[in-house]
Design a protein around this ligand. Structure first.
Ligand code: KG4
Ligand code: ZN
Length: 354
């Protein structure tokens, strides 16, 4: 049931939790939100020489890009400010200074346009991105959220409010492991896309790397990737000490196989054990070609339906934030208070702050 008055509302979403300034526009419909347009500015190139995101640089870049990105998204959606009926913004989790810029901008637009403001959860946004492409999610859905900062298995009851965590990484996130391994191989930042590309030319069976937390007594829905990262570092050191050349494509392929094998296995096991028939994989690492392929094979074999958004909707963007806002608005959720602030540690169970 869509809340009275919500139907047809155009919602502008702002994302600024890390190194992407994203703005998206969606329309509330009787089903999943409709994507109208979006724009993205990235400070990734400015972080590359540091091998990871520098928070101060990210905040400054958001500040410089925000207004132009809002204008570009409105133009892309062929929408004028007068058409916008609500604003949504990522208020966590993420980098404190980066969140601050998005929240301040969203408050300013909401006040200037005299429309309600919804502070929403970035992680819920990654899952909601899929509804823009594949329609409403069945209840419940099992979500694997794999990004640079998070790796979690989630039970999604409804995107407007009931998301619970079944398990998460006990150390590094999957994307973080890609970024750290890329750094130690001298491949730059972000590591995911380049390792994805190089792995396609390598042999995934060349080096056997460990699969974290897959022993019989290990926590079934939790993940660990720091041992894998150390194993890659040891392999590289030992190869160099032996006077041999590191076979970078083989190391990439073998590392990637260890990551996606664990992600796919735990996700399929959780869905099967909990009797959940639909799986969504979301977040930046969901753009990975091998993860998409292996998860598809294993879900099909287990009789599960797999949904993965197109790569451009997997990495951070504003449309996914507008999508959560639309789900909350459609369910009759209350707007956020005027004193809304960013919360770097916002738990995934808090889909919107009110
Ligand atoms: O969701 P996201 O854009 O930002 C966060 O919320 O963290 O995810 C970024 C992460 C980075 O660690 C990046 O290396 C990884 O997603 N990533 C990938 C791929 N594209 C981005 N990892 C593996 N394969 C990819 N194709
Ligand atoms: Zn993200």
């Amino acid at each position: 049931m869509t809340a009275p008055g919500a139907l047809g509302t155009v919602l502008l979403g702002i994302e600024s939790s890390c190194d992407e300034t994203g703005v998206g526009l969606v329309r509330v419909t009787g089903g999943a939100p409709e994507l109208l347009g979006q724009a993205l500015a990235s400070s990734q190139d400015e972080h590359a020489r540091f091998g990871g995101v520098v928070p101060e640089i990210a905040s400054r870049a958001h500040l410089e890009a925000m207004t132009a990105t809002v204008h570009a998204a409105l133009a892309d959606a062929r929408v004028t400010p007068g058409d916008v009926g609500a604003v949504a913004v990522t208020c966590g989790p993420g980098l404190a200074g980066a969140l601050l810029v998005g929240v301040a901008a969203a408050k300013a637009y909401a006040a200037a346009w005299d429309v309600p403001l919804f502070g929403v959860n970035h992680l819920a946004g990654h899952v909601a991105a899929d509804t823009l492409e594949h329609g409403a999610l069945p209840t419940p859905t099992l979500a694997l959220l794999v990004s640079g900062g998070h790796t979690q298995l989630l039970r999604v009851g409804d995107l407007a409010g009931t998301i619970s965590e079944l398990g998460s990484t006990v150390d590094d996130a999957a994307g973080e492991a890609y970024d750290k391994v890329a750094r130690l191989l001298g491949l730059g930042y972000p590591g995911g896309p380049v390792i994805d590309r190089l792995a396609a030319e390598g042999d995934p069976a060349a080096v056997h790397f460990p699969r974290g937390l897959t022993g019989p007594r290990d926590s079934r829905y939790d993940f660990s990737f720091s041992g894998l990262k150390t194993a890659v570092a040891r392999h590289v050191e030992a190869t160099r000490r032996a006077g041999l050349v590191v076979q970078v494509p083989d190391v990439c392929a073998s590392f990637q196989e260890a990551v996606v094998d664990v992600l796919a296995a735990k996700t399929v096991d959780a869905a099967t054990e909990l009797g959940i028939g639909t799986v969504v994989i979301a977040g930046g690492v969901a753009a990975n070609r091998r993860l998409r392929e292996l998860a598809q094979q294993r879900c099909a074999a287990a009789g599960l339906q797999l949904r993965v958004p197109r790569p451009g909707l997997c990495t951070d963007n504003g449309a996914m934030i507008a999508a959560v806002g639309a789900h909350v608005l459609a369910a009759g959720g209350a707007p956020s208070p005027a004193l809304l602030t960013g919360d770097p540690g916002l738990p995934v169970s808090v889909v919107h702050v009110c």
